[in-house]
Structure formats: C-alpha cells, structure tokens
Design a protein around this ligand. Structure first.
Ligand code: NDP
Length: 493
C-alpha cells in the first residue's frame, strides 16, 4: 500500500497524534490525502439519464446496406465492430429505481475504423418535444419542484396539456412499454431522422431501430412498484448476471429508408421527433446484430465516465434537419465538458479504438497522454502534421427557408392526434388500452396530483382530457370515468 505518489504507507488505521488522546498532527499527510480525495470522489451528476448501467459488445453486419452508406462500419456482411452501450432512466437521480415509469436511455457507441459513432437514443422512437428550446422546461416537469423538493405529478400534466405535441410519447410512457422489465427486454431507437450517404454521394434519410431478440417484457404498475421495493437496481443486476452466465443479450438493428425527395411531399414532417414513419410506408431493412458480451470492470471509470454524443458521426452517416438533433449536437458534448472535463475523449471508454486519433488539440485540464509530444501544433504546416481528407466530405445538403421562429402548431405540424390515434386503435390491444388508461388515471389522481388547489387541479385534468378525447372518444371517456371514480373514492375516504 502506498500514498498516491508511491510512498509506502506505514499505518492506515491510526492517525498521527500528539499522545493517545490527540490532537491530530497536521503533518499526517496520508490522512489529509485520503480525506481530500474522498471529498472529491463525485463528478457532477448527469442532469438527465443519471441512473444507468453499461456493457461492452459487438455489432455484426448481417445484411449489405452499402447501396445506402459508405460508412466502414457497414462495409461487409460479417464485419464486426466493438461497441459499448449504456441504458438509463431519464428523470431520476443516480441511485433512483431502475423500475420507474420513465423513458429509458439507449445509448450505443461503435468504435469504428473512422472514429466513434454514437447512436444516442431511447427505448421509444419518438420524444415529448420537437423544438429544443422546450427541452429544459419539459425536463423540469419530471424533476423535483423548487419549493418542497418533491415530485408532484401535476407539474407534468400541466406541461403536457399545454404542449400537446407530447401526447404521442406520453401514451408510450404510460403504456406497458413505459416500465420495461430490464434493458435486455426493450427495444432501442435512434429516434431522430439521420441520413446515410453512399460512395456515389447519394443521400437518403433514415431511422434506426434496435429491436430486442429477447422479446419485449414489461411490468404493470403493481409489479414495477414491488420491484422498486425489492430491488431498485434490478435492470443493472439483470444485465450483469445475464452476461456473467454467458446468456448474451442481442438486438437486431434495422433501418427505415426514405428517399430525399419523399421528404418534401410526405404526409408528415419526417424530421418531427414526435412522429414515427409507419412501417407500411417505410419497412424495416435489416442491417446487423448487436450483442452485449462483456461486463465493465469498474463502474465509475467505464460507466459514470462514459460520454455519448450525437455529434459523433462517421463518414457515410449524417445529421438531418431535425431541430432537436441539431441542438443535441451542441448540448451533449457541452455537458461532458462540464461534467468530466475538456479532455474526456482521453478516458479509455470514450477513446476511439478502431481509428488512430490525430488532432491539433493540446493542453487543457487533466491531460493524461503525451499531449502530442513535440509534434507541430498548428495547421497548415511544413512539418508533416496530420492533414484533412476531402474524400470524407458529406455530399452537399440543400437548405432553404426564411430565418424566423416558426410556431410549433402550424404548417407541417398541425396533426397532433393522427399517430396517437394509430397507436390507440392499431397497436394496443384491449389489455394494453386498459393498462394505459389505468396508469394515466393513477398518475392524474395520485394523492390529488400533489396540488392542494382543487380548481387548478380540475383545470389541469380537464385540459388533458380534451386531448385524450381528440385522440379517440373511447380513450377520453375511459380516462374521464377513471378520474371521476378515483376522486369520488378519495372524497368518500
Ligand atoms: P406497426 O403495426 O407496423 O408497428 C407497430 C409498432 O409498435 C411495432 O414497432 C411494435 O414494436 C410497437 N409496439 C407494440 N406495442 C407497443 C407499445 N405498447 N408501446 C410502444 N410501441 C409498441 O405500426 P405503424 O408503423 O403503422 O405505426 C402505427 C403506430 O405504432 C404509430 O403511430 C406509433 O404510435 C406506433 N409505433 C410505430 C413505430 C414505427 O417506427 N413505425 C415504432 C413503435 C411504435 P415491436 O415490434 O417491438 O413489438
């Protein structure tokens, strides 16, 4: 045993004191170092997705999609690429229950030959918002209120009622898929529209789907609550144990492909994050298989310090005009710089593994490698420093439109209820519909939604009911009946 600087430690149980009763001598630097390090052991918690777990694995190409993308990760059937995935809840703190009704983060990092490709999605193909300016407000409604530090449910229903583009995702959240049994039993989705381009410089728009081969398994509210009490870390434990046993979880990775020209005329805005592309219009095309097969050895080093960012794309895979994706390009890397420092790319789990890294970045907090040694640190230069490669240039993207703040509920974006209605009518069966209604009613009435003001509660409930009625008459009627029944029961109690 040594100090952090290698000096052998003579005693790790007894402080250096003046006499057996003390006081402690200031020159006990081993004690000071030990306490000082302990005091600094936490990095800032992720503001969202704080509770999570991860594992390493392999992505294997099973079908040829080189007609769509020149990305090396897809270059040949049978090709394998090392990867890392992290699964998380969104709203809870690090230490909160894995079983919460909450979307699940589904973040994947592929260590490709062209650098890291991060596909940072969720277990839902859509999201609550489609304009990034609304993100922090929305997240606050899922977090603790400023006065009491409690999480009353009226805040979320107040916000959703006033932001009806959210209702599609709210229906996913309150359906059984809102409480997956564990990460192994849930799908992942890139959620945003991305683009692929091929060797000929032709671009298509794509959606990524990562479907569980274990089958979707979900808890109903009662079972999720029981598991929260029995084992709040259930999802992490389940993943670790499966990998330990050699029962490696697998997912089938597919894409939906939309020709660039379709985007101009398709009935829904294909870059709207609150909408899917129906499979009937854009069928799934298989790409590969993802398998998780190696547990981490150190949670903090490999999971807490893992940093995923939608800005990590590789040649052959590109962005789309999706407004939320555009802002995530900034916000993820920005959050990592704040949380774990400017040189977070030096941390082993985040380092490129398939590609050599040659940047002109130097210095900054916590440089751990050679920092470029004595090589030239500016470009262009006459000393053989790394140079750009025009061959990886994305084909030109036509952009037009007048710079303005466009309202969320006009133009392309007026259909708020069509896809939620498809979800209600076509995707859910009778049991699924009953569970959806029950979990919404439960949340919209749970001890008075945490609000004492009866008139305000009524206003929030009625506003939300109008949306459910617009999705489907039966849906609105069922939720209204449930709320009235629950409130009468509460009044009687
Ligand atoms: P399809 O009937 O072709 O596909 C339905 C999709 O719903 C499947 O991907 C299925 O995933 C998924 N699903 C089943 N149960 C649930 C649930 N409780 N919560 C969330 N997803 C579920 O439908 P369309 O493509 O024509 O779309 C109809 C509606 O389905 C959409 O409006 C949307 O609400 C929903 N949906 C569509 C998706 C898409 O990308 N097109 C993806 C997910 C949902 P699985 O096969 O794994 O069971």
């Amino acid at each position: 045993m040594t100090t952090a600087f290698g000096r052998p430690v003579e005693d790790n149980q007894h402080s250096l004191t003046a006499g057996p009763r003390g006081p402690v001598l200031g020159q006990d630097y081993h004690l000071i170092e030990k306490m000082a390090h302990f005091n600094r052991e936490r990095v800032p918690e992720r503001v969202v997705h704080a509770k999570g777990y991860g594992a390493y694995g392999t992505f294997t190409v099973t079908k040829d999609i080189t007609q769509y993308s020149c990305a090396k990760v897809f270059s040949a059937v049978g090709k394998k690429t090392e990867m890392f995935a992290r699964f998380s809840t969104v709203g809870g703190e690090n230490g909160s229950a894995d079983t919460a009704r909450d979307p699940r983060g589904f973040a994947m990092k592929f260590y490709t030959e062209d650098g890291n490709w991060d596909l940072v999605g969720n277990n839902t193909p859509i999201f609550f918002i489609r304009d990034p300016l609304k993100f922090s407000d929305f997240i606050r409604t899922q977090k603790r209120e400023p006065g009491t530090h409690l999480k009353p449910h009226w805040r979320r229903w107040d916000y959703w009622g006033l932001s009806p583009e959210a209702i599609h995702q709210v229906m996913f959240l309150y359906s059984d898929r809102g409480t997956p049994v564990s990460a192994r039993f849930m799908n992942g989705y890139g959620s945003h529209t991305y683009s692929l381009w091929n060797k000929a410089g032709e671009r298509v728009w794509v959606k990524f789907h990562v479907k569980t081969n274990q089958g979707n398994k979900t808890f109903v509210d009662h079972d999720a609550a029981q598991m929260t009490a029995d084992d709040p870390d259930y999802s992490a434990r389940d993943l670790i144990n499966a990998i330990k046993k050699g029962d490696f979880p697998k997912w089938t990775v597919s894409i939906q492909v939309m020709p660039e020209t379709d985007a101009e005329t398709y009935k829904w805005n294909p870059f709207d994050l609150t909408k899917v592309w129906p499979h009937g219009d854009y069928p799934l095309i298989e790409v590969g298989e993802m398998e998780l097969n190696r547990n981490v050895e150190n949670y903090f080093a490999e999971v807490e310090q893992s940093a995923f960012e939608p800005s990590n794309l590789v040649p052959g895979i590109g962005f789309s005009p999706d407004k939320v994706l555009q802002n995530r390009v900034l916000s993820y890397a920005d959050a990592h710089r704040y949380r774990i420092g400017i040189n977070y790319d030096h941390i082993p789990v985040n380092q490129a593994k398939g590609a050599a890294v040659h940047t002109y970045h130097r210095d900054g907090s916590m440089v751990t490698g050679s920092n470029g040694g004595s090589t030239v640190d500016y470009e262009p230069n006459s000393f053989g420093g790394p140079v750009e490669d025009k061959a990886v240039m994305e084909p030109p993207l036509k952009i037009n439109g007048d710079g303005a703040r466009y309202t969320t509920y006009s133009g392309d974006d007026t259909d708020l209820y069509g896809q939620p209605r498809m979800f209600w009518e076509k995707v859910l069966d009778d049991t699924g519909r009953a569970h959806l209604v029950a979990s919404i009613v439960g949340s919209m009435t749970e001890p008075n939604m945490g609000i004492d003001d009866n008139a305000k509660r009524h206003e929030i409930q009625q506003r939300m009911l109008k949306h459910w009625y617009k999705v489907h008459q039966d849906f609105g009627a069922a939720v209204e009946k449930g709320i009235n029944g629950a409130q009468q029961k509460m009044a009687a109690d």
